[in-house]
Design a protein around this ligand. Structure first.
Ligand code: AQP
Length: 336
């Protein structure tokens, strides 16, 4: 994934809470590397965030806090573009057009909506239902060609291409190009520390299942010590992890952070109880998070500076998106 160069890359994160170690390992650390050789847009997707209820004052805080966290992780707003989605109106304008290009049948096939809404789908917002159309707009409004995503977003990238093709077909143009999802080679899907069958999430009501990038060293040690385990010693064989989800999660996290294949980690920890692994994991997580937390707090001392970063990012993003949305609206037949 880091071998990409010379591309325009769009990446988004929902400001629904403090980013956690899952967001970091699954997304943010790859974004930092992509900056070296590409033109990157990093977007706090606040319009996606409100598809489920967000307390307004918390949303504002979360946008500022998340911007600081991203910068502390190494996102460089001077060389790249860091902004919040709602500040660039072209996203909403293109999303509406895509709501009209996309089909209800396509939306009905989206597994993420089914997973989030479950049996209670009638009670969810219409925004959550058409979320994938907005995501298509986020990408295509910059004519970005690459999007770093997790495995669970593959379907949304396919939908983005379906929308692009249908738009081109309906309006008899060759305007939108194919978008490619870039899925990290070493995929790091981090699971909830208290339930290895659920992914670690910013918005999970319980804090105990996630390690945030602002947790103190003590928080981290406690959360890992209390992470769910089981009574058996850790296995020697990788395939045994499939029936032991919590062990699998801790071993996988350690393997990614220590940059060692799972087989090697099992050589060191196989046959032992969870305690040694948990201690080693705690050290390595603290080593990553502690400098990020300190730098974030330092940046948050001046929230006006953060707001200026977002404002200037939105101006730079608008400069790319506005000519594209103007052209699309003209193709659609709007009168200006
Ligand atoms: N647990 C995870 N493990 C690995 N990667 C993860 N990502 C999210 N959770 C994990 C990746 O982080 C990026 C940004 O995610 P997002 O904020 O856009 O939405 P999300 O996937 O819904 O993340 P959360 O933390 O679970 O947020 P909420 O609670 O609001 O739904 C994405 O690239 C995602 O793959």
């Amino acid at each position: 994934m880091h071998k990409l160069s010379g591309k325009r890359i769009f990446s988004g994160i929902q400001p629904t809470g403090i980013p956690h170690i899952g967001n970091y390992l699954g997304a943010i650390r790859h974004w930092v590397e992509l900056q070296n050789a590409n033109e990157c847009l990093f977007c706090l997707v606040d319009m996606h965030a409100i598809t489920v209820w967000q307390e307004p004052h918390l949303l504002k805080t979360q946008i500022i806090e998340q911007t600081a966290v991203l910068m502390a992780c190494g996102i460089d707003p001077k060389k790249h573009i860091l902004f919040n989605q709602s500040a660039v109106h072209a996203h909403a304008r293109l999303a509406w057009i895509f709501n009209c290009v996309s089909r209800v049948g396509w939306m009905n096939r989206m597994t993420q909506f089914k997973d989030k809404a479950g049996k209670n789908r009638e009670a969810y917002s219409a925004g959550l239902y058409v979320y994938p159309n907005l995501m298509a707009a986020d990408i295509l409004v910059y004519q970005a060609t690459y999007v770093p995503v997790g495995e669970d977003q593959r379907q949304h990238i396919e939908l983005t291409n379906d929308i692009a093709q249908k738009f081109n077909h309906d309006y008899k143009v060759d305007f939108f190009r194919e978008v490619k999802g870039v899925i990290p080679e070493i995929s790091a899907r981090v699971m909830n520390l208290r339930d290895g069958s659920k992914k670690m999430s910013k918005s999970d009501p319980s804090e105990q299942g996630r390690i945030t990038l602002l947790d103190t060293d003590d928080d981290i040690a406690l959360k890992i010590r209390k992470a769910k385990s089981d009574a058996e010693p850790l296995p020697f064989e990788k395939n045994e992890l499939d029936r032991r989800l919590e062990a699998k999660n801790l071993i996988s996290m350690y393997s990614v952070l220590a940059q060692q294949p799972i087989e090697n980690v099992l050589k060191d920890f196989g046959g032992k109880g969870f305690a040694a692994l948990k201690l080693a994991l705690t050290d390595i997580v603290i080593e990553i998070i502690s400098p990020i937390r300190k730098e974030t707090h330092h940046l948050l001392n001046d929230s006006q500076y953060i707001l200026n970063i977002l404002r200037s990012g939105a101006e730079k993003a608008s400069a790319i998106a506005n000519p594209i949305i103007e052209k699309v609206e003209s193709l659609v037949g709007y009168v200006k």
